[in-house]
Design a protein around this ligand. Sequence first.
Ligand SMILES: Nc1ncnc2c1ncn2[C@@H]1O[C@H](COP(=O)(O)OP(=O)(O)OP(=O)(O)O)[C@@H](O)[C@H]1O
Length: 603
Amino acid sequence: MRDRPPSAPETSPAPGTRRRVVRLFTPYRAAICAVVVLIAAYSALNAAVPLLTREVFDRALFGPGGPDLPLLALIAGLAAAVACAVGVVDLGQTWLSARVAQRVVHGLRTEMFGRLQRMPLSFFATERGGEIQSRLAGDTAQIEYAVKDTLPGMLSGVTGSVVAAGAMAALSPALAGVALVLAPLVLLVASRSGRALENLSAVSQRARAELSSIVAERLSLGGVTLARVHGRRDDEAARFAAESERLARLGVRAGMVAQWVMSVGHVFFVLTPYLVFVAAGLTDGITPGTLAAFTVLQARLYQPLWQILHVVTEFRSALGAFERVFDYLDLRPEPEPEPEPEPEPEPEPGPGPRRSPASGPGALAVRGAGFRYPGAAEEDRPALYGVSLGIPAASATLVVGPSGSGKTTLGHLIAGLHPPTEGSVAIDGEEIRAPLPGRICIATQDPFLLQGSVADNLRYAAPGATMDDLVRVCRITRIHERITALPDGYDSLVGERGALLSGGERQRVALARALLADTPVLVLDEATSALDPLTESEVVEAVLAERAGRTTVMITHRFGVLESFDTVVALDGGRVVEHGTRLDLLGDRRGLYSRMVRAQTGA
Ligand SMILES: Nc1ncnc2c1ncn2[C@@H]1O[C@H](COP(=O)(O)OP(=O)(O)OP(=O)(O)O)[C@@H](O)[C@H]1O
């Protein structure tokens, strides 16, 4: 289950959303005020042009005494100056809006990325890859567009309409009244269809997220291989096509609703000038110049109205995007480790040999620890429970047990990948509730290699490592020869998730990377499972021989011939059933470890 608040339906943004959006922009209020001023200046300058048109008609061309060419030239010069000023103001406004939009979106993106990085691993086990991608890239792009284009569009629409209406009223209050009489009707139609468009946009956004989830999962190396192996390529294509067609249909519907508004508006737009002409015919003292200026202003009145309608729709769908982003920002990340924890009392050793209290760098103490995966049913037993172990510094411990007995879970608790849901795990008296880089490292069965070279991947653990360091750890994991045989040696690329290497090679590179981290504690969770048995025991023996005081906890299924361990821990059903030296446990012929060794060696 996801540890997150349920998201509200996308068609009705939560009441807090608008307030949160406003808060996001509060730090930029100075820039936003400047944008408003620039937009007002832009609208005012634009409104000046029709007034110049009136002067052209009434004084320069058809004034008393015939055409006045010097005046016409002056007006043309003024119009050019106004046009330049409009350009400059528009540039400034665009620059400021783009800056605010980019800052806000950059802030949201980085905060979201940071928040997701700190989420418990169970979140990534349940959340779909495409969903994260869709929110981090798709929704933020929609917000960016809304802030950069939509918001200034709305402001300039409002100021443009107000200024145009004001100029019309100044020219002739009576004609202005006639020209504005249809405006409320236009707004009504638009607001109705705006809501329909908003719903369509929310549904489209969900379809888009579904589409990117399919792409992320099914067009990965593993997804494509699976589909080929099982002959399901056509089914996959059909599933994608169905979702894509849904999106396409939604797109057509949205286009039709938008066009319907435009068409209705167009009728009003064509009709209104004639209403004005009729009114002008019935009113005394309307000059041709006033009428010409009026016609231009009318266009300036209705065009911004369309802009507002369009913008309101965009903004309402951007609210949906904001909400999906906030939904991720509200996720509860794993708590950060305490800066200075209380020292832990020494643990009671679990079943097994009595040793002197473990101390020193890398001593592990597991006290009554347990773990229940989030979402597991209450009545199910926890994956791990009541585990108490003292693992002395510099020792080598083998963890064995049947599949599903909790070995990996124990390894994850020691590595701090999950905080225990009961009891505690500590290193040198300090509780482990989160990964401790530099102190504990884990190498897993399914290692993750990043795009880049072998050397890049190794140096992820120790950016300052020299070539000699890389060679040293790669010799221990018996991968050095193989790397030098690659076309570019340590600079050879490993491909997506290391796909250009074999499974065993990937594991050995990852194990070398873990060794390079040089931590006092190393957990190996079936980290050599893809190797042939001979190489595996060679690698394991070499890792143990060169551990130089490092505490090593090794989880493996193939332990039959492994002898270099101080202690063996056997898990069954989520708890420790045996804990002792190898020879002690072998002595108990009915014990789990002893039976498993016999099963493997046939002895
Ligand atoms: N992410 C998870 N969410 C829910 N349950 C899980 C999760 N991971 C493991 N489990 C369950 O917890 C139990 C212990 O799993 P764990 O991986 O620790 O076993 P294991 O001993 O390492 O098994 P194997 O030898 O097969 O790797 C299993 O019953 C498993 O189904």
